[in-house]
Design a protein. Structure first.
Length: 307
């Protein structure tokens, strides 16, 4: 019966394949060679397969042996993962983290952060939501996600005091237009009258009311940040976007930054906050992410890092 298979037999099989011989595997496992040979013979009898060709001085895996070895390694990896997860659960580590991130945040540092998280908390699952403006705060407020990364305006969508907010960084916002946009021909800081004559593309979201910071009479509302960027590249209006999203376009002169006489520099910056509900404390894995977010976001993303 295959139910008689043991993890020990699979570990012996893997050790022989990695060590190159029964003798080397015995030394590696601190066993006698006869014990290793017995484990392999028992495994072959259980599977009714010949796993090693013993006709030469060194045993070689048969085709069936190579196939069984691949499955054995997968099974052993799963068992090791189960052990790590069980150790984590027994020490209070979450089995899964649900994280909501605003689309305004630079994605490359977040990916690097999650890569480090995987090493720090192997076996902890991650469910990641990249949300329209306002969405991250609402997902945490509604308990869909334990933690989030949100911009300042979005926090106004939930009742005051419901969320704990921890400053983790900020992003620069720039007003841009394609290189041949008529606004650029004016050659000076742009007044409200200048902007009123040209279509502005602004963000929108199902999660929040109409975007309040419109600077033109004619406005189109587009929820997807990257579609809005592409529309502006085609000359369909101008708009404000995070600098990291368009840094390559600015360097290549596909976009030109607009100087707005109507906006002081302090309004062209958005603060980012790690958030969680005030009535529930994050577990160890979530706390690690919150603690490491400022480190990940400390330096702006370099050109070419944002896909």
């Amino acid at each position: 019966m295959l139910d008689a298979l043991t993890l020990d037999q699979l570990r012996v099989l893997a050790a022989i394949a990695e060590s190159g011989s029964f003798t080397a595997a015995a030394r590696r496992l601190n066993r006698t060679q006869s014990a290793v040979s017995h484990a392999v013979t028992t495994l072959e009898n259980e599977l009714r397969l010949t796993l090693f060709d013993r006709s030469e001085r060194k045993p070689r895996l048969t085709e069936a042996g190579r196939s069984v070895l691949a499955d054995a390694r997968l099974a052993l990896a799963r068992i090791d993962q189960l052990k790590m997860r069980a150790r984590g659960l027994s020490s209070g580590v979450e089995s899964e983290i649900r994280l909501a991130v605003t689309v305004l945040a630079p994605l490359s540092p977040i990916i690097q952060l999650l890569d480090r998280f995987r090493s720090a908390f192997p076996g902890v699952g991650v469910e990641l939501f990249v949300e329209e403006i306002g969405g991250a705060a609402l997902l945490v407020h509604e308990r869909v996600c334990q933690i989030g990364l949100s911009g300042t305006p979005s926090l106004r969508l939930v009742p005051a005091g419901d969320l704990v907010t921890i400053p983790v960084g900020s992003i620069d916002i720039v007003a841009v237009a394609c290189a041949d946009h008529p606004l650029l021909a004016l050659g000076r800081p742009l007044t409200q009258e200048d902007l009123n004559e040209h279509l502005q593309l602004v963000p929108t979201s199902r999660a929040r009311p109409a975007y309040p910071n419109t600077l033109a009479r004619e406005v189109w509302r587009v929820s997807d940040l990257f579609m809005r960027r592409d529309m502006m590249l085609r000359g369909i209006g101008w708009g404000t976007v995070p600098r990291h999203v368009v840094i390559d376009d600015l360097v290549a002169r596909r976009f030109v930054e607009l100087e707005l006489a109507t906006r002081p520099p302090e309004l062209m910056r958005a603060d980012l906050f790690a958030i969680h509900r005030a009535d529930s404390s994050p577990g160890p894995a979530a706390r690690w992410l919150i603690t490491e977010m400022p480190v990940a976001l400390r330096s702006p993303a370099k050109r070419g890092e944002i896909e």
